[in-house]
Design a protein around this ligand. Structure first.
Ligand code: SF4
Ligand code: SF4
Ligand code: SF4
Length: 278
């Protein structure tokens, strides 16, 4: 099989990195805007830009016509946008846009560099760096269900709360709202430490928004496919997967896939892992 070395493929990671950083930058601006002096500059809570806020306030809105405090109809608009992207391309929001996902990728990259003595990682090669590490497969397998439990708890809690249930422990607010309470500061610290130790810890195990969007991976028309006739089971694709999906060729509709296309870029066998519509 011919080796894939073309420039188009090596540019996927670069394009993704640029798009991720744009969303990260815009989110930082939104957070900063909220704490700028002047009444008109605050323009409501930072929470209103969060798609998860739309899920949290949904029950209250359909039963009373009002939203939970610190949320408003903008949360629904953002949520509808994220759902639209997901219906087309699965959890691509997680792989390309979510600023929390981007930060976790950045922390994982820094941890890898620091714990490998500054050695450059070679794409497709098993990393010798100590961090980020993976949980033992059995623990990892069951721990990934935790985020569905979190989603369920949030949905149930949202029927009785006045504020969004996650508000005081949300890592997005901890990072971007610039209004740290002691509790949010400890969430921020935990987020940083876990992201350095384990790739996308929050995404894999805890995030209710990721859990909510996961089902779209099962039917989204734009998706990564693998031609198993070409696959040599070399495992290269798995070395770069940000969410550590095991046996990628057998799990192409995994609920965990964030459609980052790292496997498309890493597979060395021509036309084996491709992005396909339909
Ligand atoms: S799982 Fe949650 S935190 Fe992770 S990228 Fe998706 S929405 Fe963002
Ligand atoms: S399976 Fe491929 S597209 Fe999905 S998360 Fe892993 S590397 Fe990204
Ligand atoms: S799909 Fe993955 S396992 Fe198969 S040849 Fe490509 S990199 Fe190797």
């Amino acid at each position: 099989m011919a080796k894939k070395q073309n420039k188009e493929r090596s540019s996927i990671t670069k394009v993704r990195g640029i798009i991720q950083r744009i969303f990260l930058f815009v989110t930082l601006l939104l957070g900063l805007r909220h704490i700028m002096p002047g009444r008109e500059s605050t323009g409501g809570a930072f929470d209103v830009f969060c798609p998860m806020g739309g899920i949290e306030t949904f029950f209250r809105y359909i039963t009373t016509g009002e939203t939970l405090k610190t949320t408003n109809l903008l949360n629904f608009a953002v949520l509808i946008g994220v759902i639209g992207v997901s219906l087309l391309s699965g959890r691509s929001f997680c792989g390309w846009m979510c600023p929390l996902g981007t930060l976790q990728d950045m922390f994982a990259g820094w941890a890898r560099r620091l714990s490998s003595g500054g050695k450059r990682h070679i794409r497709g090669k098993q990393s010798k760096a100590k961090f980020p590490m993976e949980l033992p497969p059995k623990i990892d397998k069951y721990a990934r269900y935790l985020k569905y439990v979190v989603l369920l708890v949030v949905l149930i809690a949202s029927m009785w709360t006045v504020y969004p249930p996650l508000r005081e422990i949300c890592p997005a607010r901890a990072v971007f709202s610039f209004q740290l309470t002691p509790l949010l500061a400890s969430v921020l610290l935990t987020f940083i430490i876990t992201s350095l130790l384990i790739k996308r810890f929050w995404c894999k195990y805890l995030c209710p928004l990721g859990a909510f969007l996961a089902i779209t991976n099962k039917f989204a028309p734009l998706r990564v496919t693998i031609d198993k006739n070409n696959c040599t089971s070399c495992g290269r694709c798995e070395t770069e997967c940000p969410v550590d999906i095991p046996a990628i060729p057998d799990n192409m509709r995994s609920l965990e896939c964030i459609q980052c296309l790292e496997c498309v870029e890493t597979c060395a066998v021509e036309d084996t892992v491709v992005l396909k519509l339909g």
